[in-house]
Design a protein around this ligand. Sequence first.
Ligand SMILES: Cc1cc2nc3c(=O)[nH]c(=O)nc-3n(C[C@H](O)[C@H](O)[C@H](O)COP(=O)(O)OP(=O)(O)OC[C@H]3O[C@@H](n4cnc5c(N)ncnc54)[C@H](O)[C@@H]3O)c2cc1C
Length: 402
Amino acid sequence: MFVIVGTGAGGGILARELAKNDVPVTILEKGPYIESKDAFNYYDKYSEDVDLLTTTCIGGATIVSMANMVRALDNELHEYGIDLTDAYDYVEDLVGVHQLDDSHIGKGTQAFLDAGHELGLETMKMPKAIREEECIQCGKCAFGCPVDAKFSGKDFVDEAVEAGATLICDADVKEVLSENGKVTGVVYIKDGKEETLEAEKVILSAGAIGSTLILRKSGIDHVGEEIFFDPFVSVGGYLKDVKFNTEVQMAGLVIGENFVLSPHFSSFIRANIPDDTVTDSDILSIMVKTRDECRGYVDENGDVVKINTINDIRWLAEGVATAGFILERAGVDPTTIGSTVYRGAHPGGTAPIGKIVDSNLETSIENLFVCDASVLPVSPGKPPILTILAIAKRLADYLKKE
Ligand SMILES: Cc1cc2nc3c(=O)[nH]c(=O)nc-3n(C[C@H](O)[C@H](O)[C@H](O)COP(=O)(O)OP(=O)(O)OC[C@H]3O[C@@H](n4cnc5c(N)ncnc54)[C@H](O)[C@@H]3O)c2cc1C
C-alpha cells in the first residue's frame, strides 16, 4: 500500500497517476471534503507572525488558487539531474494550460497589458487552467470557484478515487513509522483517536510547513531550517469606473528579472484612499511578487520566522517601482497610488532537493518521499503549482517503474 499525505498541488496528481496505473493508494487529508465554492471557509494562517495563507481542505491551496500556470526553475533543477520537459508537456495538456480568450480579458487587465507593452516590458496574457465556457468572470477565484471552472487538486483526487484509491479526510498525520531505516506505516488522528496504517511507501505532500512537522517527528534532521515564501504586495490606485474588481484576476503577466507583476484587485487599496466616493469598482491594482532568498525557518511550534535580506528588499522595490509606472501609464491617478502590507504567497524550500531529499525525492528513510513545495531548492518567484505538478508526475513515473 502507498500512502499519500495531503491532496494539494503535489498529492492530488500523484494519487491520480498511481491509482490509474493500478497502484494501491490510500490518501490521508487533514481537512474535509468540500465543494470548491465553499473553499473560502477553510483558509488557515500558517503562522501568527507572518501573513502567509493556505487552505486546509481537499485540494489544499490549489482550490483557492488563481489557476496561474507558469514553468519555472528549469536551470536550477537541471543542476540536480532533473529534466522536467516531458513532465511539463504532460501536465500542461492534462490541466489545459492556455492564455484566456479575449472574451475573458476585462478593461483593467487590457489597460495593464497595453501599458506593459508601451513601456517595453516583457508582457503577456497569463497562462491559466480555466475553462472559459464555464467561467462566469466573477473575479472570485481566491474564494473557491462557484462554478468549478478552474483546475484544483480536488479534480485529481476525485479521479484517483474513481480509479480505486481510498480517501480518508479529516485525518491529521503526525508521524511516519520506520524500522531499520525503512518505512512501515503512518500515525494519524481522526475523530480524536490515534490510528495507525501500515504502508510500503509514504509520500508526504502536506505542504511546506505540514511536511516539515511530520518529517521532524519521524526522525529526519535539519528540516525547515530554510524557507522561501515568494513575498508580495499589491500596488494600486484610483481609475474611475474601471470595474476591475469583477474581472478574471491575474489574467496578465509582466516578467522582470527578479519579480513578476500581475493585475490583481485588492480592497485594501481602496481603504488607503481618503475619499468616500471611491468604490471597489474604481480601483486598478497590481500584485508584485518577487523571489526571495531561503532565509528563515519553521520553529518548533510550526510558526514561520522569515528573515528579509537586502536582496529581498531590493527586488521588491524594483517590482513596486515598475508597477507604479504601469499604473500611471494605464491611467491611474498617481497621487492615489498606495500599497498593501507585505505578505507571503508560496511557502517552500523546507526539505530541499540535494539536502533533505535526493533527486528522486526520497529521504534518508527508505521509501519515505516528499512531493510538494518543500522540495523546491530555491524560490521560483513565480506561481509554483505547475512546477510541483511536473515534479509529482516525474515521481509517479519513477514509483510506477519501481
Ligand atoms: C489564495 C492563493 C492563490 C494562489 N494562486 C496560485 C496560482 O494561481 N498559481 C500557483 O502556481 N500558485 C498559487 N498559489 C500557491 C499554491 O496554491 C501553493 O504554492 C501550492 O498549492 C503548494 O502545493 P503543496 O502541494 O506544497 O501544498 P498544498 O497545495 O497546500 O497542499 C497541502 C495539503 O496537505 C494537507 N495537510 C497539511 N498537513 C497535513 C497533515 N498533517 N495530515 C494530512 N494532510 C495534511 C492540506 O490540508 C493540503 O490539502 C496560491 C496560493 C493561495 C493561498
